[in-house]
Write a protein that binds this ligand. Structure first.
Ligand code: S3P
Length: 169
Protein backbone atom coordinates (compact mmCIF):
# COMPACT_ATOMS: atom_id res chain seq x y z
CA UNK A 1 0.00 0.00 0.00
CA UNK A 2 1.31 3.44 -0.97
CA UNK A 3 -0.04 5.42 1.97
CA UNK A 4 -2.24 7.49 -0.35
CA UNK A 5 -5.76 8.66 0.46
CA UNK A 6 -8.33 8.67 -2.34
CA UNK A 7 -11.33 10.95 -2.02
CA UNK A 8 -14.30 9.53 -3.88
CA UNK A 9 -17.90 10.67 -4.20
CA UNK A 10 -20.43 12.28 -6.46
CA UNK A 11 -19.71 15.24 -8.74
CA UNK A 12 -19.54 18.51 -6.88
CA UNK A 13 -19.46 17.00 -3.38
CA UNK A 14 -16.21 18.86 -2.62
CA UNK A 15 -13.41 16.32 -3.17
CA UNK A 16 -10.92 18.88 -4.52
CA UNK A 17 -11.77 21.49 -1.88
CA UNK A 18 -11.35 18.95 0.89
CA UNK A 19 -8.05 17.68 -0.54
CA UNK A 20 -6.71 21.24 -0.30
CA UNK A 21 -7.93 21.52 3.30
CA UNK A 22 -6.33 18.20 4.24
CA UNK A 23 -2.99 19.38 2.83
CA UNK A 24 -3.11 22.39 5.16
CA UNK A 25 -3.51 20.14 8.18
CA UNK A 26 -1.17 17.26 7.38
CA UNK A 27 2.09 16.34 5.66
CA UNK A 28 0.28 15.05 2.57
CA UNK A 29 0.62 16.62 -0.87
CA UNK A 30 -2.44 16.49 -3.18
CA UNK A 31 -3.25 15.74 -6.81
CA UNK A 32 -6.52 15.46 -8.72
CA UNK A 33 -7.21 12.78 -11.35
CA UNK A 34 -9.23 15.15 -13.58
CA UNK A 35 -6.40 17.71 -13.44
CA UNK A 36 -3.86 15.04 -14.45
CA UNK A 37 -6.05 13.97 -17.38
CA UNK A 38 -6.61 17.56 -18.52
CA UNK A 39 -2.89 18.15 -18.31
CA UNK A 40 -1.82 15.19 -20.46
CA UNK A 41 -4.54 15.92 -23.03
CA UNK A 42 -4.11 19.70 -22.81
CA UNK A 43 -7.91 19.90 -22.89
CA UNK A 44 -10.72 20.46 -20.42
CA UNK A 45 -12.78 17.42 -19.41
CA UNK A 46 -15.81 18.99 -21.08
CA UNK A 47 -13.97 19.13 -24.42
CA UNK A 48 -12.63 15.58 -24.05
CA UNK A 49 -16.24 14.39 -23.60
CA UNK A 50 -17.41 16.45 -26.59
CA UNK A 51 -14.62 15.57 -28.98
CA UNK A 52 -13.51 12.07 -28.00
CA UNK A 53 -16.49 10.83 -26.00
CA UNK A 54 -16.93 9.31 -22.57
CA UNK A 55 -15.31 5.91 -23.29
CA UNK A 56 -12.10 7.69 -24.28
CA UNK A 57 -12.21 9.65 -21.01
CA UNK A 58 -12.78 6.44 -19.02
CA UNK A 59 -9.74 4.88 -20.71
CA UNK A 60 -7.68 7.87 -19.58
CA UNK A 61 -8.97 7.40 -16.03
CA UNK A 62 -7.79 3.81 -16.16
CA UNK A 63 -4.36 4.87 -17.36
CA UNK A 64 -4.27 7.45 -14.59
CA UNK A 65 -5.21 4.82 -11.98
CA UNK A 66 -2.41 2.50 -13.12
CA UNK A 67 0.06 5.38 -13.04
CA UNK A 68 -1.04 6.36 -9.52
CA UNK A 69 -0.58 2.81 -8.27
CA UNK A 70 2.94 2.68 -9.64
CA UNK A 71 4.14 6.19 -8.87
CA UNK A 72 2.22 8.06 -6.19
CA UNK A 73 2.97 7.95 -2.45
CA UNK A 74 1.92 9.94 0.63
CA UNK A 75 -0.63 11.90 -1.37
CA UNK A 76 -4.29 12.88 -1.14
CA UNK A 77 -5.80 11.99 -4.51
CA UNK A 78 -9.08 13.70 -5.29
CA UNK A 79 -10.88 11.81 -8.03
CA UNK A 80 -13.52 12.36 -10.68
CA UNK A 81 -16.94 11.05 -9.63
CA UNK A 82 -16.60 7.92 -11.78
CA UNK A 83 -13.03 7.00 -10.83
CA UNK A 84 -14.19 4.70 -8.01
CA UNK A 85 -14.79 2.00 -10.64
CA UNK A 86 -11.09 1.45 -11.26
CA UNK A 87 -10.23 -2.17 -10.56
CA UNK A 88 -6.95 -1.31 -8.85
CA UNK A 89 -8.35 1.45 -6.63
CA UNK A 90 -7.63 -0.46 -3.43
CA UNK A 91 -3.99 -0.84 -4.44
CA UNK A 92 -3.61 2.93 -4.74
CA UNK A 93 -4.54 3.81 -1.18
CA UNK A 94 -7.23 4.15 1.48
CA UNK A 95 -10.56 5.05 -0.08
CA UNK A 96 -12.56 7.78 1.66
CA UNK A 97 -16.14 8.29 0.48
CA UNK A 98 -17.56 11.78 0.91
CA UNK A 99 -21.24 11.14 1.43
CA UNK A 100 -24.04 13.62 0.87
CA UNK A 101 -27.56 13.57 -0.50
CA UNK A 102 -28.12 14.47 -4.15
CA UNK A 103 -30.28 17.47 -3.22
CA UNK A 104 -27.68 18.93 -0.83
CA UNK A 105 -24.94 18.62 -3.45
CA UNK A 106 -27.04 20.37 -6.08
CA UNK A 107 -28.22 23.08 -3.64
CA UNK A 108 -24.63 23.83 -2.58
CA UNK A 109 -23.53 24.02 -6.22
CA UNK A 110 -26.40 26.39 -6.99
CA UNK A 111 -25.38 28.65 -4.11
CA UNK A 112 -21.66 28.69 -4.99
CA UNK A 113 -20.32 32.05 -6.22
CA UNK A 114 -19.13 30.48 -9.49
CA UNK A 115 -22.17 28.22 -9.76
CA UNK A 116 -22.65 28.52 -13.53
CA UNK A 117 -19.06 27.48 -14.19
CA UNK A 118 -19.33 24.53 -11.79
CA UNK A 119 -22.34 23.15 -13.71
CA UNK A 120 -21.00 23.99 -17.15
CA UNK A 121 -17.70 22.16 -16.76
CA UNK A 122 -19.41 18.86 -15.82
CA UNK A 123 -20.89 17.06 -18.85
CA UNK A 124 -22.85 14.63 -16.67
CA UNK A 125 -24.53 17.41 -14.68
CA UNK A 126 -26.27 19.05 -17.64
CA UNK A 127 -29.53 17.19 -17.13
CA UNK A 128 -30.37 16.93 -13.42
CA UNK A 129 -32.85 14.07 -13.89
CA UNK A 130 -30.15 12.03 -15.60
CA UNK A 131 -27.62 13.05 -12.95
CA UNK A 132 -29.98 11.84 -10.20
CA UNK A 133 -30.20 8.46 -11.94
CA UNK A 134 -26.40 8.24 -11.96
CA UNK A 135 -26.34 9.23 -8.28
CA UNK A 136 -28.90 6.55 -7.33
CA UNK A 137 -26.99 3.93 -9.26
CA UNK A 138 -23.66 4.81 -7.69
CA UNK A 139 -24.53 5.40 -4.05
CA UNK A 140 -24.25 1.74 -2.99
CA UNK A 141 -21.13 1.25 -5.11
CA UNK A 142 -19.38 4.20 -3.47
CA UNK A 143 -20.16 2.68 -0.07
CA UNK A 144 -18.99 -0.76 -1.11
CA UNK A 145 -15.59 0.35 -2.37
CA UNK A 146 -14.81 2.69 0.53
CA UNK A 147 -12.67 2.06 3.62
CA UNK A 148 -13.94 5.15 5.39
CA UNK A 149 -17.28 6.94 4.95
CA UNK A 150 -17.58 10.57 6.01
CA UNK A 151 -20.83 12.47 5.86
CA UNK A 152 -20.15 15.95 4.51
CA UNK A 153 -23.71 17.19 4.20
CA UNK A 154 -23.26 20.03 6.75
CA UNK A 155 -19.89 20.99 5.21
CA UNK A 156 -18.22 21.75 8.53
CA UNK A 157 -14.66 21.76 7.18
CA UNK A 158 -12.96 21.58 10.55
CA UNK A 159 -15.04 18.60 11.70
CA UNK A 160 -14.64 16.77 8.38
CA UNK A 161 -10.86 17.25 8.27
CA UNK A 162 -10.37 16.06 11.83
CA UNK A 163 -12.73 13.11 11.32
CA UNK A 164 -10.81 11.96 8.23
CA UNK A 165 -7.38 12.43 9.81
CA UNK A 166 -8.37 10.57 12.97
CA UNK A 167 -9.97 7.70 11.03
CA UNK A 168 -6.81 7.38 8.94
CA UNK A 169 -4.63 6.78 12.01
C1 S3P B 1 -17.52 12.53 -13.65
C2 S3P B 1 -17.13 13.44 -12.69
C3 S3P B 1 -16.27 14.59 -13.02
C4 S3P B 1 -15.36 14.27 -14.20
C5 S3P B 1 -16.20 13.83 -15.36
C6 S3P B 1 -17.05 12.60 -15.05
C7 S3P B 1 -18.41 11.41 -13.24
O1 S3P B 1 -15.48 14.96 -11.89
O2 S3P B 1 -14.44 13.28 -13.86
O3 S3P B 1 -17.00 14.90 -15.74
O4 S3P B 1 -18.54 10.43 -13.98
O5 S3P B 1 -18.99 11.49 -12.12
P1 S3P B 1 -16.09 15.63 -10.55
O6 S3P B 1 -16.54 14.51 -9.67
O7 S3P B 1 -14.96 16.40 -9.97
O8 S3P B 1 -17.21 16.50 -10.99
Amino acid sequence: MNNNVLLIGFMGVGKGTLARELVKHSDFFAIDTDDLIESIENKKIKRIFEEQGEPYFRALEKKCALWCEQNVKNTIISTGGGFYRQENIKNIGKVVYLQSSFDSIIEALKKAPDSKKKFKKRPLLQDLDEAKKIYDMRVKEYEKVSDIIVNVEDWNTKRIVSEILSKLK
